[in-house]
Design a protein around this ligand. Structure first.
Ligand code: RAT
Ligand code: ZN
Length: 415
């Protein structure tokens, strides 16, 4: 008689074999050649690692920033992998990724790892990574305010359906006077004040880009100082332009709350920090706009419990991901368990935030292991109370958690 498979093993099997829809990344459609980052040097200059490496080297900031990308990668490699043990989550990510690709980071030096990557064909590599990470599709972060990216969209690219678009509008909502000038330059007749004409032109801009890129949702990251309602540009733009736009296109509005940009400008894009958000703003948004849907992640650990409690009160609120500084094993486990205990399966536990396609491998391998552990505990507790989970139920739950609940929450959208 074969021994029955343990619950732990069964849950891990479903979590590993169910493809994920990754709902927020900074990856690009492989057709956007210069924008799609891959390879060991890109992994090493990931800003998560850059900020850690400055703690372990004396190098002046300017010396690092004036170095070539490959020299920067060498600085990081030496500081974090050679001179010290690669203990941190971002360092471990490089190890997991190289290991999964069949490379022995311990016994190969950086030049030989580079030589291996140099032999890969980009398109084949993308396929291999998606398959190793068991990722079905990813949402990109697409900004009309990024000149290099805008040029690709204006050339009407042939799309790879695995790479879905999300319209990122931070400059529109957070730097209105400058963005208004850019909109005028692109032919939208906006003024600085929220007149009916300006609002309708902002909506025309949002509609044009939603249709051009076939966006699934609109997205912004917000500082801890965000309040709603309030008499400022961010508020009238959200209330009069973004929310009506989302209703018209039957799409959620995604808010990433709690980032303090450029806490240390010497670190450039590695210099952002975290602050506790005032979730009264989110409560007010959800309560005053029940016909809108909000996808929300919070950067501060201190906001996680309040976010989950709010989601119990508002079904138009869908928590997602363990974002950036909360994407560490201990916090993922804490946050995911809390969400399961208070929301069941009606949330999306994780997004990868990958900037380098290779990172999909480690982000999902690490998250899957924790998700399986959290779920096993919950199913064991259910079994102890007389409700052993069936395979069909397990598959349904895992599918929901790995993107299915998000897809339902998104609605059909414009496609
Ligand atoms: O996690 C990150 O890579 C951050 O730099 C941010 O990009 C953040 O995820 C964001 O989308 O603003
Ligand atoms: Zn991001």
């Amino acid at each position: 008689m074969p021994t029955p498979e343990s619950l732990e093993h069964r849950v891990a099997r479903f979590v590993e074999t169910t493809p994920v829809h990754d709902i927020h990344t900074h990856l690009y459609d492989p057709g956007f050649r210069s924008l799609l980052a891959w390879g060991i040097d890109e992994q090493l200059v990931y800003h998560y690692l850059v900020s850690e490496s400055f703690r372990q080297m004396d190098l002046p900031f300017e010396r690092f920033w004036s170095a070539s990308r490959s020299e920067q990668a060498e600085f990081v490699w030496k500081a974090l992998f050679v001179d010290h043990s690669p203990v941190s989550e971002a360092c471990r990510g490089v190890l997991t990724t190289l290991h999964a690709l069949g490379l022995d980071a311990r016994h190969q030096d950086l030049p030989s790892i580079r030589a291996w990557f140099a032999e890969q064909k980009p398109d084949d590599f993308v396929d291999r990574v998606l398959s190793l990470a068991n990722v079905r599709s990813v949402c990109m972060t697409n900004s009309p305010f990024d000149d290099e990216e805008r040029a690709y969209w204006e050339a009407r690219p042939v799309r790879d359906s695995r790479f879905q678009a999300a319209l990122r509008i931070d400059p529109l909502l957070l730097s209105w006077p400058e963005s208004a000038a850019r909109l005028r330059g692109w032919g939208y007749a906006v003024g600085l004040e929220p007149s009916a004409g300006t609002v309708s032109e902002v909506r025309r801009f949002l509609a044009d880009w939603t249709l051009r890129i076939k966006s699934r949702y609109c997205m912004v990251s917000l500082p801890p100082t965000f309040v709603f309602p309030s008499a400022n540009d961010t508020n009238w733009l959200i209330e009069q332009a973004v929310l009506p736009h989302c209703r018209e296109f039957d799409q959620p509005f995604a808010l990433m709350m709690g980032v303090k940009r450029a806490v240390n400008p010497l670190l450039r894009m590695a210099g952002d920090g975290v602050g506790r958000s005032d979730l009264n703003a989110l409560q007010n948004l959800c309560a005053s706009h029940p016909e809108n849907r909000f996808l929300v992640t919070c950067l501060a650990r201190e906001n996680q419990h309040e976010l989950v409690v709010l989601a119990r009160k508002f079904r138009n609120l869908h928590p997602f991901g363990c974002w950036w500084f909360t994407n560490t094993p201990q916090l993922i486990e804490e946050i995911t368990t809390m969400r399961l205990e208070l929301l069941g399966t009606s949330f999306t536990p994780q997004h990868s935030d990958a900037r380098v396609i290779d990172q999909l491998i480690y982000k999902w391998q690490h998250t899957r292991a924790i998700l399986a552990r959290c779920l096993t505990q919950k199913y064991a507790a259910m079994a102890a109370a007389g409700w052993p989970v069936t395979d069909a139920e397990l598959q349904r739950d895992v599918t929901e958690l790995l993107g299915g609940a998000f897809q339902k929450f998104c609605g059909s959208g414009p496609q």
